[in-house]
Design a protein around this ligand. Sequence first.
Ligand code: MRU
Length: 351
Amino acid sequence: MIHTLEWVDGGVRFIDQTKLPTEECYVTCKTYEQVAEAIRTMIVRGAPAIGVAAAMGIAVGVRDSKAENVGELKRELDHVCEVIGATRPTAVNLFWAIRRMQEKFERIRIRPLAQIKQELIEEAQRMHAEDIAANQAMGRHGATLMPNSGGVLTHCNAGALATAGYGTALGVIRAAVEAGKKIHVYADETRPFLQGSRLTAWELMKDGIPTTVISDNMAGAIMKQGKIGAIVVGADRIAANGDVANKIGTYTVAVLAKENGIPFYVAAPMSTIDLACPDGSSIPIEQRRAEEVTHIGGKQMTPDGVSIENPAFDVTPAKYVGAIVTERGIARAPYPESLRKLAVSDAKVEV
Ligand code: MRU
């Protein structure tokens, strides 16, 4: 089991994803500012992992508060939430986690300060456990969509490293393999940050799941050669109409999938579905540093002064999405109805 992040006595311990796959090392963030920085610099990344990290960062901030009454504690909580909420704009799990911690605080604010702090720590730990359980449930649903054998393509890393454990898209693949399906994963390298070649390949190899890394521009040709039976990716935010924001390049993969008659699936927990966003045009897209594009492994790849764009995500219109797999079941088009139905269903995932 990969320990992406966990609550430890001193704070929150992360596997440092900027160092993988060549170094497996861990960092412990002892303050909420350090947790915010770990999210910003992508020591921890992936929508569900960002959400759990945010909750744990808030728990650290509240634990360390010197507030002497609940009013002061609330002001400090709001400040911590603001700092953590300013780290990465696209993954809605971040804001979902912040809201859940704030709502928990409101429910328990009449209790003694020490108890409030303890209960917020427990809430963050509960979110960690729930995320793993949700991924396992998602895996059970999604495995039924996977081919019995052959190639499955994925983009970015939507695995254990992007979640508290097990993964969303890779959770679906793991569950299919556990059910006896003979799947060979094709992992897009996912420029510019290389989550596919560095992270997806690393964790699948650890599990002994056959994996081939391809550069992003090979995906179309590999599909045309008939090597891919299905595609499964994660999501950072899913709008009410089923438009999906995910790692830059996902849109290209989805269009190529349609052209080649290959089913394109998205696996994501309910915490990634944002019914307040009517469609993909209202999803904020994070722009990241030019250096992620201009340099690879510290080596400059572009001439000085050239103009650079680095949107970290794109939006895949719902018409390309064959199904959205959640812990509560599988949604299909028309998504405005199917997603709303899942959202109001009171299905709980056993932790
Ligand atoms: O920039 P990242 O690495 O945080 O982007 C991650 C992705 O786009 C993932 O596909 C998404 O968060 C789903 S992770 C289960």
